[in-house]
Write a protein that binds this ligand. Structure first.
Ligand SMILES: *[C@@H]1O[C@H](CO)[C@@H](O)[C@H](O)[C@H]1NC(C)=O
Length: 224
């Protein structure tokens, strides 16, 4: 008897301690972020609901306008609409991005630690893919205007415009108010302070000089 209670308790502990794989659900109709509140919580504290108005759920984001991709070394420009840009998104578990790709531009391999992403191509062509956790299998596809692709939460993914004379545009929806973005090359070679080149030389199976050269590059962000 005691043993079966123990097993039940162990089972309950297992199923109830699982991490929730997306933003927690709201406990009220809305909780517009009070971005400047000194109170720190998971997300943002709510602005007084009586002071909330339609503009808290609105952003004149000009997402219909092409963004400049010429300054970016990787040839892309990501415009995020997350809780920082649109406080009404707080606790709602969703956000948006417009991504512009220069001819032969790319959004380099990156992950969103807190969101699945669904991407729609509005203009042009994109070669996109993601890689699973071990074993590292690549799922990749060429998308054309109107096509939709989903990148599962947390997995490394990329988009590349393979066309040399036409830009591409996509809109992505993400299942978090604050998806986060870890660009792999930037995080590994551009962290401040840098990761020891002893670590990276062994990890990447190259000479330390190769790592030093990579670490000396300017790892810019393609996000606004
Ligand atoms: C993206 O485009 C905007 C406007 O076109 C520009 O101001 C901004 O610097 C660009 N961002 C990047 C990361 O290239």
């Amino acid at each position: 008897m005691a043993a079966s209670y123990f097993l039940l308790a162990a089972f309950l502990a297992m199923v109830t301690s699982q991490a929730i794989a997306s933003d927690p659900g709201p406990l009220q109709d809305f909780c517009v972020a009070d971005i400047h509140s000194p109170v720190k919580v998971n997300g943002f504290v709510c602005k007084d609901p009586m002071a909330v108005n339609a503009d808290d759920f609105f952003k004149a984001a000009n997402l219909d306008k092409p963004m400049d991709t010429k300054k970016s070394k990787v040839g892309s420009n990501v415009t995020l609409i997350n809780v920082m840009q649109l406080p009404g998104l707080n606790t709602l578990g969703i956000s948006l991005a417009r991504i512009d790709y220069a001819p032969l531009g790319q959004n380099p391999p990156h992950t969103h630690p807190r969101a699945t992403e669904i991407l729609t191509v509005l203009e042009g062509t994109l070669y996109v893919g993601f890689v699973t956790s071990n074993p590292n299998k690549l799922f990749a596809k060429v998308l054309n205007k109107g096509d939709v692709f989903v990148f599962p939460q947390g997995l490394i993914h990329f988009q590349f415009n393979p066309v040399y004379d036409k830009p591409a545009v996509a809109i992505a929806a993400l299942s978090s108010q604050n998806p986060g973005a870890i660009t792999i090359a930037n995080a590994v070679f551009g962290s401040k302070p840098p990761i020891s080149d002893d670590v990276l030389a062994k990890a990447f199976q190259v000479q330390k000089g190769t790592i030093d050269w990579l670490q000396a590059q300017f790892w810019e962000n393609n996000h606004n």
